[in-house]
Design a protein around this ligand. Structure first.
Ligand code: AMP
Length: 442
């Protein structure tokens, strides 16, 4: 899922029909040439046709649907002009960022309407009648049913982004409701990574005479990506992780774990060793997830520890290294994970941890990518020198996890907020550690 592969067969945004002011916006974003999906989709969309696009995040598909919408908006300025439906909150914010960046000179106003955020604030944003609404289906239906004065009867464009995921997340009923409350006379763009039966059904129900465009970026990994593995006993995984992070210090890194609990444990462990790690998983409250991503994007944290929630869809521009700490059980997830690096023509590395239990899964991955990976070089002696410090960090991390679980249980019974409890639990543990250390130091 190598980031937008651009094509130089003489196409420019201008030659595809994009107006000057938007070409300038692309230029400012350093989009020098259109990506493949943009070359395919833009002329069709600018002609006023419905588009069904088979493309993944990373292909430049947001530009492929945002540019024609903005161009139409320039021609006939109007509030509540377009609606973009997308499966996750993170994607919604990313899409909104791209609309705002492309539309900054023409004063485009967007509203992001997603679950987990305050309804009233959203209702106020909708009352101001933005040009573009980017929403997850559930929360949008909530507003259509409960927010006085809000309707989408003036809508001119509908985008269904990552339609396969929207439908897999059981949003079918919500999508139906939304389709019923918007005008039939409109343009529709449907983007999906895969063409499933459900997507076909949705296409028949919502698109008119669409043109299909497709880029095949599936199941390929890019040449600029150096993929490797380490083969290690399961009990030394943490120690090897610390060794490798030290070896690769100065790079930005994403570490994939199989469970939310493990992301939390590993980040505590690394933090106890002075590394700037931050977890990102589906169990964190929305505000915390965004906070985590923003800290990482702003480079205040160089190590992001994530579950597969983060391996799809997220646009994190500067990752140098992907570490598969827990090997993915579905080999296709491997492609998505390593697709987080070596984007936009930059180089990147991936290192997959293979323990005695993971050999079969690893072989499946090699089969899928049709490549034999080299071993990532490690010096066993040096690794083992870290063992003692890592054990201590693990012990403290285990206490921190326990303390956090206890605090969370307490807060469920009505005490402090999510973020408060985590702060408190860490502070309590650290105090205990200090006490413990004092006791020991004689
Ligand atoms: P998307 O697939 O729409 O999520 O886009 C992935 C990333 O590619 C985003 O960071 C975009 O800003 C970037 N991008 C989109 N189109 C282009 C382009 N033509 N040239 C360079 N980068 C692009």
């Amino acid at each position: 899922m190598e980031t937008p592969e651009t094509v130089s067969e003489g196409h420019t945004f201008k030659s595809l029909g994009v107006v000057d002011v938007l070409c300038e916006a692309c230029d400012q974003l350093k989009w020098k040439l259109p990506s493949k999906i943009q070359v395919e989709a833009l002329p069709v969309a600018l002609e006023g046709k419905d588009v069904i696009g088979l493309a993944e995040t990373g292909s430049g598909k947001t530009g492929a649907f945002a540019l024609p919408i903005l161009q139409a908006l320039l021609e006939t300025p109007q509030k509540l002009f377009a609606l973009v439906l997308t499966p996750t909150r993170e994607l919604a914010y990313q899409i909104s960022e791209q609309f705002e960046a492309l539309g900054s000179t023409i004063g485009v106003k967007c509203a992001v309407i997603v679950g987990g955020m305050d309804m009233i604030t959203q209702a106020m944003a909708l009352a101001k009648k933005p040009h573009i609404i980017i929403a997850t289906p559930g929360r949008l239906v909530d507003h259509l049913e409960n927010t006085k004065g809000f309707n989408l009867r003036s809508l001119k464009f509908l985008v269904m982004d990552e339609a396969d995921r929207i439908l897999n997340m059981d949003f079918e009923a919500e999508v139906d409701k939304i389709l019923k409350s918007i005008p039939r006379e409109r343009r529709t763009y449907l983007y999906s990574a895969t063409m499933t039966k459900k997507v076909q059904k949705l296409q028949r129900a919502s698109l008119r005479d669409p043109v299909k465009v497709e880029v095949s970026s599936k199941y390929q990994t890019v040449d600029k990506l150096q993929q490797s593995y380490v083969f290690i006993p399961v009990k030394y995984k943490d120690t090897y992780l610390v060794y490798i992070l030290n070896e690769l210090a100065g790079n930005s890194c994403i570490i994939f774990c199989a469970t939310c609990a493990n992301t939390q444990r590993v980040s505590y462990m690394l933090r106890n060793l002075g590394l700037t790690a931050i977890p990102l998983n589906g169990q964190m409250a929305q505000a915390k997830r965004l906070g985590a991503l923003n800290k990482f994007k702003a480079k205040a944290r160089s190590i992001l520890i994530a579950t597969d929630v983060a391996s799809r869809g997220l646009d994190i521009p500067h990752i140098d290294i992907v570490i598969n700490f827990d090997i993915p059980t579905h080999s296709k997830d491997y492609i998505h994970r390593v697709g987080r690096t070596a984007r936009a023509g930059r180089a990147g590395k991936s290192i997959t941890f293979v323990t005695q239990y993971d050999v079969e899964l690893f072989q499946r991955i090699e089969q899928l990518i049709d490549k034999k990976m080299p071993l990532f070089k490690t010096e066993e002696e040096e690794v083992m020198q870290l063992q003692e410090r890592v054990s201590e960090a693990q012990r403290i991390a285990a206490m921190e996890c326990k303390e956090e679980a206890r605090a969370k249980n307490k807060s469920k019974r009505g005490a402090a907020s999510d973020s408060d409890t985590e702060e408190k639990s860490s502070t309590v543990v650290r105090k205990r550690i200090k006490k413990g250390k004092k006791g020991k130091s004689h």
